[in-house]
Design a protein around this ligand. Structure first.
Ligand SMILES: Nc1ncnc2c1ncn2[C@@H]1O[C@H](COP(=O)(O)OP(=O)(O)O)[C@@H](O)[C@H]1O
Ligand SMILES: [Mg+2]
Length: 352
């Protein structure tokens, strides 16, 4: 992982001093798209994660992470914990940017599942996370807007098209927007289900595994919220079952990975999931692909949210156009197999 530039490293050292941590090395860590994530190692070989929060998140979300990870840890679950500063603060502000420190969990994360064993382990990890948090009844200190709200994201895409009429990729985004809208319109409305405490962004890179493919913990807890479970599961399966990178020119929906993951999930979550929630998993997965395609498409024009790779793409817009197309292709791949996927869900929950 690359060593970071001297300016960032100076700020990082200032932040770490609030925690009484003296870094011996600071390196960029993981492949996150949103926060800046640094691994800190001290002279004594203690390791920490230092993160600069993306401006889209208010720093008060750290209070959610603090209470939820404490709850998980008290129940014996592996989890990163939010470190408090020497003055008992949950974050540090430097020049209007917010930084936090988390305990480092030695584990590996993947962009796509290396095999079926990891897919099952991912399912078990998320199932255990949900089932454990089912007992967390307190309000979150910093309530968050729904992560998944296809209509809100649709409106944002329409607004982006109106705001950037002269953007060089406007025509491409307009075409894409029409195709996404048609595919969404062909889906049934999802049943109404009770809100659950969910992770909010359970893509595979936010799950850590040990070297033997055993599940460790979920990271990236900025999006903790209460929301319908089918969207959370749809978000997980849309990430875990598309073997292509999110920005590849092709996309798939791998039924074998889906079967492995849902079997792991059903085993760990067990009776926590209602029949209505289970019945909505497959259409919710397709909706999440389309919602994400919508968000990437809006960012092609807004050029403000998702990170981009200047080594592989000419601009922020081009990288996100590629991501939007990838998600749309995956949605189509799932649509073609949706009946088989629905049968797999029924079998997985019958077995528990
Ligand atoms: N507490 C932690 N311990 C070990 N690795 C972590 C921890 N938190 C994050 N990571 C690693 O850093 C990556 C990026 O962090 P994440 O919180 O997911 O940021 P982003 O919001 O940018 O995706 C993760 O995919 C994971 O590999
Ligand atoms: Mg992440």
């Amino acid at each position: 992982m690359p060593i970071i530039d001297s300016e960032t490293s100076q700020v990082a050292e200032t932040v770490l001093s609030a925690y009484g941590i003296e870094p011996a090395s600071l390196t960029q860590h993981g492949g996150g798209l949103i926060n800046l994530t640094l691994k800190v190692v001290t002279q004594n070989d203690d390791a920490w994660i230092l993160q600069r929060l993306h401006p889209v998140f208010p720093p008060a979300i750290n209070a959610n992470i603090d209470v939820v990870t404490r709850y998980l840890a008290e129940r014996g679950a592996c989890t990163p914990r939010l470190q408090h500063t020497l003055n008992d603060a949950l974050w540090v502000e430097v020049d209007g940017q917010y930084w936090r420190v988390l305990t480092f969990v030695p584990g590996r994360s993947f962009a796509t599942p290396p095999d079926l064993i990891h897919a099952t382990a991912a399912g078990k990890l998320l199932g255990a996370f949900h089932a454990t948090l089912a007992g967390f009844s307190a309000d979150l200190p910093c309530p968050r807007p729904a992560v998944h709200d296809p209509e809100r994201h649709r409106a944002a895409l329409i607004a982006a098209l109106a705001t950037h009429p002269t953007h060089r990729l406007h025509g491409e985004v307009r075409k894409l927007s029409g195709v996404i809208a048609n595919q969404l319109a062909a889906l049934p409305a999802l049943p109404v289900t009770a809100p659950r405490l969910i992770h909010g962004d359970p893509k595979l890179s936010n799950l850590l595994f040990d070297a033997k493919a055993r599940p460790l913990c979920l990271v990236d807890l900025d999006t903790l919220t209460r929301a319908p479970l089918p969207f959370e599961l749809g978000d997980a399966f849309r990430s875990w079952c598309n073997l292509s990178a999110e920005d590849a020119p092709t996309a798939t929906f791998e039924l074998s990975l889906f079967a492995a993951a849902i079997a792991g999930y059903a085993e760990a979550a067990g009776e926590f999931v209602t029949a209505t929630e289970a019945s909505a998993i497959v259409p919710a997965t397709e909706i999440i692909y389309l919602e994400l395609a919508t968000r990437f498409a809006a960012d092609v024009l807004n050029e403000s949210y998702f990170g981009w790779d200047a080594a592989r793409f000419g601009s922020h817009g081009e990288h996100n156009l590629c991501r939007a197309r990838n998600q749309l292709l995956a949605a189509r791949a799932l649509r073609a197999q949706c009946h088989d996927a629905a049968r797999i869900v029924i079998r997985a929950f019958q077995a528990v």
